[in-house]
Design a protein around this ligand. Structure first.
Ligand code: UT7
Length: 328
C-alpha cells in the first residue's frame, strides 16, 4: 500500500522591489564591490522600505504558492512561518498572514531556526502530514534582515537581504514528495550568529540601543569553518535516509550564505555546476527565505520535471543545520 507523503504542490515568492547594490554599499561603509563579490558572490540584494514588514512579503509569497497549488486559503489546516525577523515580537507573524489570506480554518505559528528555518519547516510539515494531523499546510520561510542590520558594521551589512518564499504541502499517497529530512543543532556555538538585546536576558533599554545590541552580529570566519562540514554531513545523511545516491540529485538548492560554501559542498559531493542553484548574486543572504525563493525560481522557470530529485540544505544561527530530499 502506498504511503502518505508530504508533496509540494505550489511555490511562491514575495520580495521587495527596492535594490541595494554593492556600489551603494561602497558609499555607506569601507568596502568594495570587488571584496563583496569575490568573498561572497553577492552583487545586489532586495531591501524593504520603511513601511514594509515581514508579513507583507510572506503574504505575497503565500498567495502565489496557493494560486499555483490551486488551493483556497480556507482549505489550509496549518500555516507555519520560519523567521527571526517577525513583524513584532507578539503575536506570531503567521497569524497576520493567516488573517491577510482569510485562512480561517488554519492554526498558525512562527518558529525560529535561523537560516535553517525552511528545512526545519519541511521537517515539521512532514511530521504533521505523515501523522495524519494535517492535509494542507502552508510553509513560509523569510526575513527582513535589513531591519536588524547594523549599517555601520561592514562585516555583516554587505551580506543580508530581504525576501520570503512559500510552499503549499499536501498529503498524498505515492512516491512523490518529501523523502527525508535531517535536522540538527548545537547551542555551544550560539554566540556565532546572535542578536543579544531585546529578550528576557537583556531586555530593551536605552543602553541596549546605545550598545547596538538590537542588531545581528556574526563571527563569519568561525561560522564558515563549520558550515561546509555540517552541510556536507547533513546532505549525506538525508540522501542515505531517502536511499538516493548523490549522483541522483537533479537540483541542489542550498541556503545562499556564500558561493564559496556552496561550491565547496558541491565539490565534496561531486555535483557539477549545472546541478547547483545559485541566486545569491541577486538576493544576498535572505536566511530562511533563500531556499524557498530559489525553489520558486527554478519551478517557475520550468527547470524542474516530475520525479526530479531536489536536495535542500542550510546552516545558520543556533547553530542549526539540516537537509531534505524531495522527489518532485
Ligand atoms: O547564513 C548563516 C550562516 N552564515 C554563514 O555561513 C556565513 C559564513 N561566513 C562567511 O560567509 C564569510 O566568513 C564572510 C563572507 C562573512 C567573511 O569572509 P571571510 O573570507 O571569512 O573574511 P574575514 O572575516 O576573514 O575577513 C577578511 C578581511 C578582514 O581584514 P584583515 O583582518 O584581513 O585585514 C576583514 O576586516 O576582510 C575584512 N573585511 C572586509 N573588507 C571589505 C570584512 N568585511 C569586509 C567588507 N569589505 N565588507
Amino acid at each position: 500500500m502506498d504511503k502518505i507523503r508530504a508533496r509540494i504542490i505550489g511555490t511562491g515568492r514575495g520580495v521587495p522591489e527596492k535594490i541595494l547594490t554593492n556600489a551603494d554599499l561602497e558609499k555607506l561603509v569601507d568596502t568594495s564591490d570587488e571584496w563583496i563579490t569575490t568573498r561572497t558572490g553577492i552583487k545586489e540584494r532586495r531591501i524593504a522600505s520603511e513601511n514594509e514588514a515581514l508579513s507583507d512579503f510572506a503574504t505575497i509569497a503565500a498567495k502565489n504558492a496557493l494560486e499555483m497549488a490551486q488551493v483556497k486559503p480556507e482549505e489550509l489546516d496549518l500555516i507555519i512561518l520560519g523567521t527571526v525577523t517577525m513583524d513584532q515580537p507578539i503575536p506570531a507573524s503567521a497569524c497576520f498572514v493567516q488573517h491577510n489570506l482569510g485562512a480561517t480554518n488554519a492554526a498558525a505559528f512562527d518558529f525560529q531556526a535561523g537560516c535553517t528555518g525552511f528545512i526545519y519547516g519541511l521537517s515539521i510539515a512532514d511530521q504533521y502530514i505523515r501523522a495524519g494531523s494535517a492535509k494542507k499546510i502552508l510553509l513560509i520561510g523569510g526575513e527582513i534582515l535589513t531591519k536588524v542590520t547594523d549599517w555601520q558594521d561592514r562585516t555583516t551589512c554587505v551580506l543580508f537581504g530581504d525576501g520570503c518564499g512559500a510552499v503549499v504541502i499536501y498529503a498524498e499517497k505515492g512516491e512523490r514528495g518529501i523523502l527525508s529530512t535531517s535536522i540538527h543543532s548545537d547551542g555551544s556555538m550560539a554566540d556565532f550568529i546572535a542578536m543579544t538585546g531585546g529578550g528576557s536576558r537583556i531586555p530593551t533599554s536605552h543602553q541596549t540601543v546605545d550598545q547596538r545590541l538590537h542588531y545581528i552580529k556574526m563571527k563569519g570566519n568561525e561560522t564558515f569553518k563549520v558550515a561546509v562540514r555540517r552541510i556536507e554531513s547533513a546532505c549525506r545523511e538525508s540522501l542515505e535516509l531517502a536511499q538516493i545516491p548523490a549522483e541522483g540529485v537533479r537540483w541542489f538548492i542550498p541556503h545562499q550564505a556564500n558561493t564559496r560554501i556552496i561550491n565547496a559542498v558541491a565539490e565534496r559531493l561531486g555535483w557539477p555546476e549545472d546541478r547547483l542553484y545559485i541566486n545569491i548574486d541577486r538576493y544576498g543572504n535572505t536566511s530562511a527565505g533563500s531556499i524557498p525563493i530559489g525553489l520558486d525560481e527554478v519551478v517557475r522557470d520550468g527547470k524542474v520535471k516530475a520525479d526530479d530529485i531536489l536536495l535542500f540544505s542550510a546552516f545558520g544561527a543556533g547553530l542549526t543545520w539540516g537537509s531534505s530530499v524531495v522527489r518532485w
